[in-house]
Design a protein around this ligand. Structure first.
Ligand SMILES: Nc1ncnc2c1ncn2[C@@H]1O[C@H](COP(=O)(O)OP(=O)(O)OP(=O)(O)O)[C@@H](O)[C@H]1O
Ligand SMILES: [Mg+2]
Length: 383
């Protein structure tokens, strides 16, 4: 699952409610801006590079034949440089932008077939958006801003105020309920935007670069806030960013976009350890690999041969945390799960990770050959 640009269609939920299926399921999605956009998907111009497409047709394919699932409870990050199609893609999910072609489903329901009322319901109740520019109402208090989404839903005053109050506390703004947005810092304003989105208790939260206007320290605070909220609530989140460290910090999986297409979709570890192509490799070049790659990926075949499991590292421990353990053991440390030795890591293995040498030969893998389509195929030899 390392270098796929598309995924196999998930098994559709029988009743369409899809409690176990993905939240969003996207197949062959296109958004083309320009004259007679509908002729581009699947047509003779579909595969042209962006410049040539524009020169020959006047069109821009902002989203180009994209397929993926957003799993229930995950933080799904959409990352890419400016203009790569992130905002367009996420807006197509709730039809804030109308897709040109393809399938978008939420809980198995066809979003493109929704009528106006159903769409409104989708945006108000099921998928709430947090924007970069907070979109707060300047003449209203913090509490009334947070309650705004509920007001639109027609929730009664007492109930919406109680719910808004709860959310204000949740995002750390207790005591500031009666302030107006201009009396808040940028970070506090973004918290109001977050509380407002949370107040409607949406199934999915969509974030379009919500923290890019914030200074670095406040930004880190807000990232931690999102991580905390996610841990506490397990809510599905789709998070757009062009910041790699933000993507690595927040994402369970990352879709990396370029020119409207997803060039790689995988966990942070998969993307850093096995970039799909030179573009991705370039993107992740400066990532401190030992902070992202786990000992499971770094270990080699081996068995400590006893029950005492020197070092006793969990397979998901990151390499950075394994370095002092290996130093302490003075040799190979054991990677253990359920009391069983899965493999070992030693100085050489850990150094290989830091140095960017591919070490991904799972210790218990029956074969040394990389998975089909893996970037490992043309990567450096395992140590
Ligand atoms: N309404 C529009 N009409 C024509 N082209 C558009 C329109 N909206 C977006 N585009 C083009 O589609 C491409 C993708 O834009 P999009 O806003 O999705 O990028 P992005 O990845 O969100 O960028 P950023 O990081 O700067 O927000 C760009 O080339 C952009 O110029
Ligand atoms: Mg954008």
């Amino acid at each position: 699952m390392t270098t796929t640009t598309t995924e196999q269609p998930a098994t559709p939920a029988k009743d369409g409610a899809g409690a176990e299926g993905p939240v969003f399921s996207v197949r062959g999605l296109w958004k083309v801006f320009g004259p007679r956009a509908g002729r581009i998907p699947g047509g003779e111009y579909a595969d042209l590079p962006p410049e040539e497409l524009r020169a020959r047709t006047g069109c821009t394919a902002a989203v180009r034949d994209v397929s993926f699932d957003v799993r229930r409870g995950e933080v799904f990050v959409v990352m890419g440089l400016s203009g790569s199609g992130k905002s367009t893609l996420v807006r197509c999910l709730t039809r804030l932008i109308e897709p040109t072609a393809g399938v978008v489903e939420i809980d198995g329901e066809d979003v493109r077939a929704m009528d106006r009322g159903r769409l409104r319901e989708l945006r108000r109740h099921r998928a709430a958006m947090v924007f970069q520019h907070f979109g707060l109402l300047p003449h209203r208090t913090v509490l009334d801003n947070v309650a705004y989404g509920l007001e639109i839903q027609g929730v009664g005053k007492a109930e919406r105020r109680a719910r808004a109050q709860e959310m204000v506390v949740k995002v750390g703004l207790a005591g500031l309920e009666q302030r107006r947005p201009t009396q808040l810092s940028g970070g506090q304003q973004q918290r109001v935007g977050l509380a407002r989105a949370l107040a409607v208790d949406p199934e999915v939260l969509l974030f379009d670069e919500p923290f890019s206007a914030l200074d670095p320290l406040i930004r880190r605070d807000m990232q931690e806030e999102v991580v905390r909220l996610h841990r506490e609530e397990g809510r599905t989140m789709i998070f757009i960013t062009h910041d790699l460290s933000e993507a690595l910090k927040l994402g369970d999986r990352i879709a990396l976009m370029r020119d409207g297409a997803i060039v790689q979709l995988g966990t942070p570890e998969e993307i850093v350890a096995h970039p799909a192509d030179d573009y991705v490799r370039d993107f992740v070049r400066d990532v401190p690999r030992e902070q992202v790659i786990s000992v499971r990926a770094a270990m080699r075949a081996g068995d400590c041969g006893g029950a005492d499991h020197p070092g006793a590292l969990a397979p998901d421990a990151i390499v950075a945390s394994a370095i002092p353990v290996v130093m302490d053991v003075g040799g190979a440390a054991c990677v253990v799960a359920d009391g069983r030795c899965l493999g070992v890591v030693d100085h050489e293995r850990l150094l290989a990770v830091v140095a960017g040498i591919d070490t991904s030969t799972p210790a218990d893998s029956p074969s040394e050959s990389p998975p089909a389509g893996s970037a490992q195929a043309e990567g450096k030899a395992a140590v």
